[in-house]
Structures are given as structure tokens and as C-alpha cells.
Design a protein around this ligand. Structure first.
Ligand SMILES: Nc1ncnc2c1ncn2[C@@H]1O[C@H](COP(=O)(O)OP(=O)(O)O)[C@@H](O)[C@H]1O
Ligand SMILES: [Mg+2]
Length: 424
């Protein structure tokens, strides 16, 4: 781990099943560098998550795909047909999250004339996120834009539908809240609550590493969020500091549900971010919720050390290090935190904390969390360790600058991919 590498954002990449260990095919079908040039972000930031053969199970007929039926059923019932014009085709029916989201009228249709599009807040492998303002109310939101062409080319159609179907069901303080979706002939749009404080990634890189109390605060909120998701059989699959945002009161909001999936038992798709991949994903085994706990162990280590436990420029070597699973702990690392990380970062699934009989309880009752008042934390009654500077509702100073080289939004015209996104 070099000092330089620890400052680089991590790429989400896509790989077909069983290809992770073939060097030439490590990143397939889309190379990480291609994803970066597509997003047009700063050259020194090499950001994105790992992959997916979007239909991991589907591409392998010999393997069962227990979740496909459930997902398509959900899709059918929740689809609202739309005519391809630039209107919000589907809006969450649950109303808004009273604690965290400004009002955005559900079931009402808007068009791009109602939105003023502001600067880019972030880019990832697949999307660009803008600050937008609803002209009628003056409220600010974040708008994630995905190009239909890219989504199709990168085999992310199923994941993008999952992202929408899952986001519209979520309402929890530590998860980003979605207000609605839009599509036009070129793009798909998610309208999300705007989380002002920037990425945990930026705060962590500025800080070098977090003090115990800071890491613990964020860790607790991520655990609670994962507990909420896992009870609903949703695996998140892309935990990393780049996907953790800090709200104006200093609480965590997990964003980017691009790889989230309803998985009651196991799934096979290779997706995530290389540094955060659980051994069972690398080994192309069927895997379940335990991969989120593995990623949580990596996050905890990264927050306390300032860099991930396993790192190598060469993905092949990185995966070997993950499988060997011998993290080295800096001398400053809190002994209790070290004990917890070691109990989570274990390749043996029958020993991994979070995956044992007691589930999340083993983690919540670990001695590193002895001073945590879980209910108070869930109720946001504990003051956050860091309040991001916010000069007003539309302040974007906590986000990096990006080139604004995107195409116009709200374009009406021929849509060769219309059939793939019906109901989005
Ligand atoms: N709701 C939001 N509020 C503010 N910024 C956001 C929001 N959602 C995403 N972002 C920013 O945009 C970046 C890219 O969004 P993300 O959903 O992670 O896309 P990708 O799937 O391409 O990684 C995030 O890392 C974050 O910086
Ligand atoms: Mg992301």
C-alpha cells in the first residue's frame, strides 16, 4: 500500500462469471479506465465499483436463479407504462421520508421544464449525479443520470431495474431516499434527496484516518442500515467510502443501489469493488448477505487505518491477497476494533461474524461497541462527530469539481432501448 494509492477512488467493474482469475479477462466487458473516461471525472481520481455479469445466474443455465421470478413479478406490478416523453414515469407511492427528505409530490408528473439542472456532484462507473432544483418549490435534489446506451452496453439493464425497484421501497434514516424516476429517449434519471456533506471518502482522505469514535459512529449507522436491508432480504454489494455520504447533521446516508438485489438465499453475480470483494465472490461461489459483512470489515479497517487491508494494482494479486486473508494491523489500531475486524474478515463462512446463528447481534454486542446506545443511534439522538460545513440548502462545496461535459437532458427522439426500460 503506497500513500499515493490510498488516495485513489475505487472503481466498480464488471466481470463475467468465472473470469476473475484469468488475468486477461479480469475486467470484462468494460475496463475500469474506460468507465473513468466515460464519466469524465478528474484524471487523478480512479473511481468506480466492481461488476457484474448483470445476469450472473441467468448466463449460467446450469445454475438455478431463485430470485428471478420474484424480481420480475415485482417489476410487472410496479410498472407504469410510459410514452417515452420526458416525464416522471414512476414516483414512489410511500410519500416522503419525514425526517430526511424535503417534500416532492408523489404521483405527480413533472418534466424537465420544472427542474433547473445545476453542477455535477459526483460520477461513478455508470452514472453522473447532478444537483437539481425544483422550480416550483425551490427545493434541491440530487439527480443520478444513466445513459441507456451505456447501461445496455455494460449489461446493466437488470441491475438498473433492481436499483429502481429497491430504492422505491426504502425509507430509513441512513439510506438515501428516492423521490422518483424519469426517463427520456437517451437517459434514465433517479431523483434522490440531496445529501449535502459530501462523501465519507473525501472526509477520510482529508483526515488520513478516523479516530476510533468517528469510525465507530459511521460503523454503527452502516450496521443499522445493513440490518434494515438484510431483514428485507436485500444485499447491498457495493459498500465503500465513495458510496457513503454525510448529511447536513453529520449522519451517514448510503447511496448507490446499483448492485443491490433482493436475495432471499444465494446469488452468483460477480459484482462489487475489487478491494471490497468477499472471497466467496472471487471464487465464483454462490454467496449471500455475508458478503456485505465482509465489506463492512474492509470498511472498518479502511476507516481506522486510512487504507484498505488488501491492496494491489494488479487485480489478480489483489484477489490472491484477499483469499490469503492475512490483514496487517498498524500498531495504533484499537485492539477491540482489531478483534472485530478479524472476526469479520474470515474466509470461513461458518466463523464470520454477521453470518453466524445470532446474525448481526454478534457484531452489535462485540466489545468494541460496548459504549454504543443502539436505539439512540437509530433515533439520531447522538450528536455526530463531524458536522460538514453547509452554507445553505444548495451549497455544493463539500463535493469535488467535475467537468460538465454531459449531453443535454430531456431529449425527445427515437429510443432504441424503449422496450428494456418500460415502467422505469
Ligand atoms: N443523493 C446524493 N446526494 C449527493 N451526492 C450524491 C448523491 N448520490 C450520489 N452522489 C454522488 O455521486 C457519486 C456517484 O453516484 P453513485 O450512485 O455512486 O454512482 P455510480 O453507480 O456510478 O457509482 C457518489 O459517489 C456521490 O459523490
Ligand atoms: Mg458509486
Amino acid at each position: 500500500m503506497t500513500e499515493k494509492m490510498s488516495f485513489i477512488k475505487k472503481l466498480t467493474i464488471s466481470a463475467k462469471e468465472g473470469t476473475l482469475f484469468k488475468k486477461s479477462n479480469t475486467v470484462s466487458p468494460v475496463s475500469a479506465s474506460k468507465a473513468v473516461s466515460h464519466t469524465g471525472s478528474q484524471s487523478n481520481l480512479n473511481k468506480a465499483s466492481l461488476p457484474s455479469a448483470s445476469n450472473g445466474a441467468a448466463t449460467s443455465p446450469s445454475k438455478p436463479s431463485p430470485n428471478t421470478q420474484t424480481l420480475s413479478a415485482t417489476k410487472q406490478t410496479e410498472s407504469i407504462s410510459q410514452d417515452g416523453s420526458m416525464i416522471i414515469a414512476s414516483v414512489t407511492t410511500r410519500g416522503v421520508n419525514p425526517a430526511n427528505a424535503p417534500p416532492f409530490k408523489p404521483k405527480q408528473k413533472y418534466n424537465f421544464a420544472d427542474l433547473s439542472i445545476d453542477r455535477t456532484l459526483g460520477t461513478g462507473s455508470f452514472g453522473r449525479v447532478h444537483l437539481v432544483r425544483l422550480k416550483t418549490t425551490g427545493k434541491y435534489y440530487a439527480m443520478k443520470v444513466l445513459k441507456k446506451n451505456e447501461v445496455v452496453k455494460m449489461k446493466q439493464v437488470e441491475h438498473t431495474i433492481n436499483e429502481k425497484n429497491i430504492l422505491e421501497k426504502l425509507d430509513y434514516p441512513f439510506l438515501v431516499f428516492m423521490l422518483g424516476t424519469i426517463q427520456d429517449s437517451h437517459n434514465l434519471y433517479f431523483i434522490l434527496e440531496y445529501v449535502q456533506g459530501g462523501e465519507v471518502f473525501s472526509f477520510l482522505r482529508r483526515s488520513g484516518r478516523f479516530q476510533n469514535s468517528v469510525a465507530k459512529f459511521y460503523a454503527v449507522e452502516v450496521i443499522l442500515a445493513f440490518e434494515y436491508l438484510h431483514i428485507r432480504d436485500i444485499i447491498y454489494r457495493d459498500l465503500k467510502p465513495e458510496n457513503l455520504l454525510i448529511d447536513s447533521k453529520g449522519h451517514v446516508k448510503i447511496t448507490d443501489f446499483g448492485f443491490a438485489k433482493h436475495v432471499p438465499d444465494i446469488t452468483w453475480t460477480l459484482c462489487g469493488t475489487p478491494d471490497y470483494l468477499a472471497p466467496e465472490i472471487i471464487q465464483s461461489k454462490g454467496y449471500g448477505k455475508a458478503v456485505d459483512w465482509w465489506a463492512f470489515g474492509i470498511l472498518l479497517y479502511e476507516m481506522l487505518a486510512g487504507h484498505p487491508p488488501f491492496y494491489d494494482d494488479d487485480h489478480f494479486k489483489l484477489y490472491e491477497k484477499i483469499l490469503a486473508c492475512k490483514p496487517k494491523f498498524p500498531s495504533h489500531f484499537d485492539p477491540n476494533a482489531k478483534d472485530l475486524v478479524k472476526r469479520i474478515l474470515t474466509t470461513d463462512l461458518t466463523k464470520r461474524y454477521g453470518n453466524l446463528k445470532a446474525g448481526v447481534v454478534d457484531i452489535k454486542t462485540h466489545k468494541w461497541f460496548a459504549d454504543v446506545e443502539w436505539q439512540k443511534m437509530e433515533d439520531c439522538q447522538v450528536p455526530a462527530p463531524y458536522l460538514p460545513p453547509c452554507k445553505g440548502e444548495g451549497d455544493t462545496s463539500n463535493f469535488d469539481q467535475y467537468q460538465e461535459d454531459h449531453e443535454p437532458y430531456g431529449v425527445v427522439g427515437p429510443d432504441p432501448h424503449k422496450d428494456k426500460f418500460i415502467g422505469f
